[in-house]
Design a protein around this ligand. Structure first.
Ligand SMILES: NC(=O)c1ccc[n+]([C@@H]2O[C@H](COP(=O)([O-])OP(=O)(O)OC[C@H]3O[C@@H](n4cnc5c(N)ncnc54)[C@H](O)[C@@H]3O)[C@@H](O)[C@H]2O)c1
Ligand SMILES: O=C(O)C(=O)C[C@@H](O)[C@H](O)[C@H](O)COP(=O)(O)O
Ligand SMILES: [Zn+2]
Length: 360
């Protein structure tokens, strides 16, 4: 078993990574929680694959698990779905001494974490991520959210789990599209972490290689993400680097209305933003091509015709790195050297059209 510890001012928790961990999840949970009711929140695609394993193990450890299912996909990250879950928890008599477990990808993790953090002002919460994206990124760090029609993750909380239990064997049933999509967030972390991480990326020459290096990639990603979160839990400054590619990416994802998965949109966002900063001579010549090549090797998109419309700029203005009239963008001075670069909101169009005057 690999373990990474997340030590924060208010709590410390473990990210545990082991093949077959779902079979013994009850024992892991019993080491943290007294017997209680547990809301296991999952989606209709994931639950038939592994919910039985989790429920059986929880029951054997003395818990009373209740399974709640949402539709698979981003549309479930809504206030409406959260509200239905609150009603079900009330109906089943959940109280503040009970718990919530997210069993699924990033959608289920963000939604269940949001419900756990708000229902009766907060129930204990555990993440069991089953997609690659969730295992490397979304289950760690405590960002929970639902979307609004006007933007991604616009309502949410910082709410840390008591445990993140990663069982990489769950990835065997994940489609190639979502394996590759999760890889986009791995590549993001490799691009902003020390160059040793990028060296693992250099070895990934086709989608199948992602599975070959999965354990190494998961460990490197959560170790890096944990380090950033420990340094800046609530994104006062440094944590914004984890948003590399997300300002454009989230705007594109919203405009694509379900046609692009999160990681696909972030892939486009990383490349197009780097292209802009390369043109402004703030990123080195050739960096856009380096990122493009690494992303295209696994089939990720790097371009979109959704960029540049009025709605695109409007979406970017809702970015949570928008502070005091400036939008903090994250660009790369080099691989492993992310820089936070504030742009005046009233100059956003000029900046993104490549016509701004840059003083270095
Ligand atoms: N909180 C954070 O820090 C954070 C970080 C990154 C992304 N996110 C959010 O995560 C979401 C994207 O997560 P995602 O890519 O996991 O999407 P997802 O949860 O929609 O999962 C992708 C698809 O894979 C299926 N799936 C999941 N695990 C599976 C398995 N083991 N076998 C077969 N199918 C499986 C799901 O049912 C879904 O259809 C976005 O909403 C994004 O905003 C949050
Ligand atoms: O954990 C973080 O911090 C991140 O930014 C990770 C991102 O990959 C993730 O998509 C996150 O949900 C984006 O957060 P947001 O604050 O831009 O909504
Ligand atoms: Zn992301």
């Amino acid at each position: 078993m690999e373990e990474v510890t997340v030590t924060l001012p208010t709590k410390t928790y473990q990210i545990k990574i082991a093949n077959g961990l779902l079979n013994t999840i009850g024992t892991e949970v019993a080491a943290l929680w007294q017997p209680r009711k547990i809301a296991v929140i999952s989606d209709r695609q994931v639950a038939p694959l592994c919910a039985d394993q989790v429920l059986t193990s929880l029951k054997a450890a003395g818990f009373e698990p209740h399974l709640y299912l949402v539709e698979a996909g981003e549309a479930s990250k809504s206030l409406g779905v959260a509200s239905s879950l609150y009603d079900e928890l009330v109906g089943d008599g959940f109280t503040r001494t009970d718990g919530v477990i997210a069993l699924g990808g990033g959608v289920v993790g963000d939604l269940a974490g949001f419900v756990a953090s708000t229902y009766m002002r907060g129930l204990a919460f555990i993440q069991i991520p089953t997609s690659l994206l969730a295992q490397v990124d979304s289950s760690v760090g405590g960002k929970t959210a639902v979307d609004l029609p006007s933007g991604k993750n616009l309502v949410g909380t910082f709410y840390q789990p008591d445990l993140v239990a990663v069982d990489p064997t769950t990835l065997k049933t994940l489609s190639q599209r979502y394996l590759v999509e999760g890889y986009a967030e791995i590549l993001k972390m490799a691009a902003i972490d020390k160059p040793e991480f990028w060296q693992i990326i250099e070895k990934i020459d086709q989608p199948a290689a992602i599975m070959t290096y999965a354990s190494e990639l998961i460990k490197a990603s959560v170790t890096f993400k944990a380090k950033v979160v420990i340094a800046d839990e609530q994104e006062g400054g440094l944590r914004q680097i984890l948003n590399f590619g997300h300002t454009m990416g989230h705007a594109i994802e919203l405009l694509a209305a379900g046609a692009l998965a999160h990681g696909e949109a972030i892939s486009i966002g990383m490349v197009q933003l780097t292209k802009l900063f390369e043109a402004y001579q703030l990123s080195p010549v050739g960096l856009t091509q380096q990122l493009t090549t690494a992303l295209q090797k696994v089939g990720l998109p790097t371009e979109s015709d959704l960029i540049g419309s009025q709605a695109f700029y409007e979406n970017m203005r809702h970015d949570k790195k928008n502070r005091h009239g400036k939008l903090n963008l994250v660009y790369l001075k080099a691989i492993g050297e992310p820089v936070i670069y504030p742009v005046q909101l009233n100059e956003l169009e000029t900046f993104f059209s490549g016509q701004a005057i840059i003083t270095k």
